[in-house]
Write a protein that binds this ligand. Structure first.
Ligand code: 3H9
Length: 695
C-alpha cells in the first residue's frame, strides 16, 4: 500500500510512499480515502497529518495517467480533496522537498501547511498545458490574493518556502516539519473546529476587476496562441467575482478543456522527452559521474562569463581565465553587473548574490587550472585557436580533469586529438545568454568515455540545465538544422516575400522572433562570416542577400539598420532593405510574386524536419524527442507545439515530404526527402524505439 498509517498519540500520520515523486496515482488516491476513513472513525484520533516519504510531498497528479488520455478510475483527485474538505478533524500538511500541482492542491485543502526550510511549493500545471484542476486556483487566491495568484500560477514557478510563507500559502517553516505539524494539529484540535484559511473570502472580496483586464493586456503577446495561461487568469478572476461553487465549477471546466487540448499533449510530450534525453544510450545507470568540485572557464567573453555564473549559481567554485587583465576585467565586471541585476529584480537576495560572486575567481595565468575537475573553453570560434587551448588545458589540468569545448559547430574529435586524453574530451554547448538559456547540448566525441558523458549530463542537471547528448558533426543537432532555416528565409525574400511577412508568419506560429529579426539581432556580418566558411554542394546556392547586407554595412540592430530600421529599440519597415532585396530578385531574373503565409511556414519548417530525420538516421540524435528538446529550449520553437519533429508528426509527415519534393528541383538534391522521413511517413510516426540504440 502506498499509504502508511500510524498514530502519534491522538494524531494520525498518513505517509504517502509512491516513488519516485509520490504522484497521486489511483493507488495513492484509494489509499488516502481509506486512511482518512480510518482516522475519521477512530475516536482516539483528534487530528491528522499528511506527509510524503522520501523527502517529498506529492509532486502532482500522475502525469502518465493524464497523458494516457483514458478516463480516470475513481476516486479521482477531486474526490480525495472533497473528502479532505469534509474531514471533521484538523488536518495539517507536513511538506519536505517539493509539493507541486495536485500535491500542493492537497495541502491547500488542509487546515494548515508546515514546510521544511528548503521546501518548494507551487502550481506548475501551466508548464504542462494545464490549469490546476482540484481547487488550486481558488484556494491559492483565497490565501494569497489575486495578484500573487496570477504571478505564481501563470508562471508555474516553484516557490521557495520563505516566499510561500510570505505570500500566506504556508503557515510555518520548521526544520522538522512532521514534528511541528503534529504539534500544530494537536493545537488546532484543542481549539475546536477551526475553519480553513483557504475558505476565507477577505482576499477575494472587493477586488478591482480592472486587475484582470490589465493583466490580460500586459501579457497578450506572451500568451498568444496558448490556452492554459488565459484560462488560469479566467479561473482566478472567477475566484474573485463568482459565488464559490460556480467558481470551483469553472476551474474544473477549464481544466478539462486544457486537458483535452493538443497543447497539453505537446507539452507532456516535451516533459517526457526532456527526461528521456538525460538517458544516454549505451551508458547505464551503473556508470558513476565523476565529482565536480571546482571548474575553470577559459575565455572571459559574454559566453565565458555566463558559463562561470552558471557554476557559481550551482555553488561550484569556478575560475575565469583570459589572456589579458583587461579582457578578464571586462568579463568579471559583466558578471558583477549580472548579479546586480538579479538582486534588483528580486531573483536573488543580496546575500545570495554575494555568496555566488565569492565563488568566482579571475586569473590570467594557468596556475589555477591545476586544481580543476573540469575546464570549459569558450574562446573565439576559431579551430586553430581552440586546438591550441586544448593543448594548453591538457598540459596544465590534473590528469583526471574533463576538458570541454563550448563550440557550436567545430569537430570535437579534432580537439580531442590535440590532447593526450581524448576519452575525457567532450562538447558542452551552452546557449546565449548562458546563465539564462536552459539548453546544454553536450557533444559526444568518438573517444568520449561513458564516465565523461555521464559526468557532463549530471553536471547539466546540477547547473539547472536541460541536457541533450548530440553526436559529433558540423553544427551538431541545433545549428546543423538552423542553416536551412536562415537560408530559406532569404530565398523567400528573393521570390517576393518581405522581411515583415516572413517574421510575422514565424512569430504567429509561436517563435519569439522571426528569422530576419533574429539575423539583425545577431549581426548580418556575423551571419555572413559563418556562411563564408561553409562549402555547398554544386547544385545549391546561397542567396546573395545576406552578403550584400553585410557589405553595405546593414549589420542589423548594432548599426541601426539591417532587414529593419531600429528606432528606440523598436523595429520598423526599412525601404532600403526592400530595395536591396528587389534588386537581388531583378539580378537573378526572379519575377516577384505574392507568397502565402502557408508557403512561408512550410518552406521554413519542413526542411528542419528533413534535416532532423537525417540527424536521427546518422545517430547524431538518439531520439526524435531529443531534437524537439534542442529546438524548444535552444531555438525558440514554441513549447506548446512540442518541437519540430513532434509538430510535423501531428501535422502530417506526408506534408513535409510534399514540400521537400517541390523544393528539391530548385534547391538541390540535399533537399530530397530523407530516407528516415519517408520511412516514418510510411509507418505513421517516427517510432522513437528505432533510434534508441547506441550512436
Ligand atoms: C497536476 O497535478 C494536475 C492537477 O492540478 C489536477 C488534477 C485534477 N507524475 O523530473 P525528474 C517522474 S499535473 C508521474 O527526473 P527531478 C519523471 O517522469 C502535475 N511521474 O526528477 C521521472 O521518471 P523517469 C503537476 C512523474 O528530481 C521521475 O519522476 N506537477 C511526475 O529532476 C523523476 O523525475 C508537475 O508538473 C508526475 N507528476 O525533479 C511536477 N513528476 O525516471 C512535475 C515526475 O521514469 N515534476 N515524474 O524518467 C517535476 O517538476 C519534477 O519531476 C520534480 C523532480 C521537481 C518533481
Amino acid at each position: 500500500m502506498p499509504i502508511h498509517y500510524r498514530s502519534d498519540g491522538d494524531v494520525a500520520v498518513l505517509q504517502i510512499e509512491h516513488p519516485p515523486v509520490n504522484a497521486l496515482s489511483l493507488e495513492v488516491r484509494r489509499g488516502l480515502i481509506e486512511a482518512l476513513a480510518r482516522a475519521a472513525s477512530d475516536p482516539a484520533i483528534r487530528a491528522a497529518v499528511i506527509i510524503g516519504a522520501g523527502g517529498s510531498f506529492p509532486a502532482g497528479a500522475d502525469i502518465r495517467e493524464i497523458a494516457s488520455g483514458a478516463a480516470l478510475t475513481p476516486p479521482i483527485l477531486l474526490d480525495v480533496i472533497g473528502r479532505l474538505e469534509t474531514f471533521e478533524k484538523p488536518l495539517v500538511a507536513a511538506i519536505e522537498g517539493v509539493a507541486l500541482g495536485g500535491g500542493f492542491e492537497l495541502a491547500l485543502a488542509c487546515h494548515a501547511r508546515i514546510a521544511a526550510p528548503g521546501a518548494r511549493v507551487g502550481l506548475p500545471e501551466v508548464k504542462l498545458g494545464l490549469i490546476p484542476g482540484a481547487g488550486g486556483t481558488q484556494r491559492f487566491t483565497r490565501l494569497a490574493g489575486p495578484q500573487a495568484a496570477l504571478e505564481a500560477i501563470t508562471s508555474g514557478e516553484h516557490l521557495p518556502a520563505a516566499r510561500a510563507l510570505a505570500l500566506g500559502v504556508l503557515d510555518a517553516i520548521a526544520a522538522e516539519p512532521l514534528a511541528q505539524a503534529i504539534i500544530w494539529a494537536r493545537r488546532l484540535a484543542d481549539e475546536g473546529a477551526v475553519p480553513r484559511a483557504s475558505e476565507r473570502e477577505e482576499r477575494t472580496a472587493g477586488v478591482d476587476p480592472g486587475l484582470f483586464s490589465a493583466w490580460r493586456e500586459a501579457h497578450a503577446r506572451k500568451y498568444r496562441g496558448q490556452l492554459a495561461p488565459g484560462r488560469i487568469v479566467d479561473a482566478i478572476e472567477a475566484a474573485c467575482t463568482r459565488p464559490r461553487e460556480e467558481a470551483f465549477g469553472l476551474e474544473r471546466q477549464y481544466f478539462l478543456e486544457c486537458r483535452d487540448s493538443p497543447q497539453r499533449k505537446a507539452l507532456m510530450h516535451l516533459f517526457h522527452a526532456e527526461r528521456e534525453a538525460r538517458k544516454i544510450p549505451g551508458v547505464g545507470p551503473d556508470v558513476e559521474p565523476a565529482p565536480i568540485r571546482r571548474a575553470a572557464v577559459l575565455g572571459a567573453g559574454t559566453m565565458g562569463a555566463g558559463i562561470a555564473v552558471c557554476f557559481a549559481n550551482a555553488a561550484i567554485p569556478v575560475t575565469l581565465l583570459d589572456a589579458t587583465e583587461a579582457a578578464l576585467e571586462r568579463g568579471l565586471s559583466r558578471i558583477r553587473e549580472l548579479y546586480r541585476e538579479s538582486v534588483e529584480r528580486g531573483r536573488l537576495s543580496a546575500q545570495q548574490a554575494e555568496a555566488a560572486l565569492g565563488l568566482i575567481r579571475g586569473a590570467t595565468g594557468d596556475a589555477p587550472l591545476g586544481e580543476v575537475d573540469i575546464a570549459i573553453e569558450a574562446v573565439f570560434e576559431d579551430p586553430a585557436l581552440k586546438r591550441e587551448v586544448f593543448e594548453r588545458l591538457d598540459r596544465n589540468t590534473p590528469p583526471h580533469a574533463i576538458l570541454a569545448s563550448n563550440t557550436s559547430t567545430l569537430d570535437i574529435d579534432r580537439l580531442a586529438a590535440a590532447t593526450g586524453r581524448p576519452q575525457q574530451v567532450v562538447g558542452t554547448h551552452f546557449f546565449s545568454p548562458a546563465h539564462v538559456m536552459k539548453l546544454m547540448e553536450n557533444v559526444r566525441g568518438t573517444a568520449s568515455s561513458p564516465q565523461t558523458l555521464a559526468t557532463v549530463m549530471a553536471l547539466a542537471k546540477r547547473l539547472g540545465k536541460i541536457p541533450v547528448l548530440a553526436g559529433n558533426c558540423d553544427g551538431f543537432i541545433g545549428n546543423r538544422m538552423l542553416q536551412y532555416y536562415g537560408a530559406e528565409a532569404e530565398r523567400l525574400l528573393e521570390e517576393g516575400a518581405t522581411p515583415e511577412q516572413v517574421d510575422a508568419v514565424i512569430e504567429s506560429f509561436g517563435f519569439a522572433m522571426g528569422p530576419l529579426a533574429m539575423r539583425d539581432l545577431s549581426g548580418n556580418d556575423v551571419g555572413w562570416a559563418i556562411r563564408r566558411n561553409r562549402i555547398l554542394p554544386p547544385d545549391e546556392r546561397w542567396s546573395p542577400i545576406l552578403e550584400r547586407m553585410a557589405a553595405e554595412g546593414r549589420l542589423g540592430r548594432k548599426s541601426g539598420q539591417g532587414f529593419y530600421r531600429y528606432e528606440g529599440g523598436r523595429r520598423r519597415h526599412n525601404p532600403e532593405a526592400l530595395a536591396l532585396i528587389e534588386s537581388v530578385s531583378r539580378e537573378l531574373g526572379i519575377e516577384r510574386r505574392a507568397i502565402s503565409d502557408a508557403e512561408i511556414l512550410t518552406r521554413l519548417l519542413h526542411p528542419l524536419v528533413n534535416e532532423g530525420a537525417k540527424i536521427l538516421a546518422e545517430g547524431i540524435a538518439s531520439r526524435p524527442g531529443d531534437i524537439d528538446v534542442v529546438y524548444v529550449h535552444g531555438y525558440g520553437f514554441p513549447a506548446y507545439k512540442g518541437g519540430p519533429m513532434y509538430w510535423a508528426e501531428q501535422d502530417g509527415l506526408e506534408k513535409v515530404i510534399a514540400t521537400l519534393e517541390r523544393l528539391a528541383p530548385s534547391h538541390g538534391q540535399r533537399w530530397q526527402p530523407a530516407a528516415r522521413l519517408l520511412e516514418a511517413a510510411r509507418r505513421g510516426g517516427w517510432d522513437a524505439e528505432a533510434n534508441a540504440q547506441p550512436a
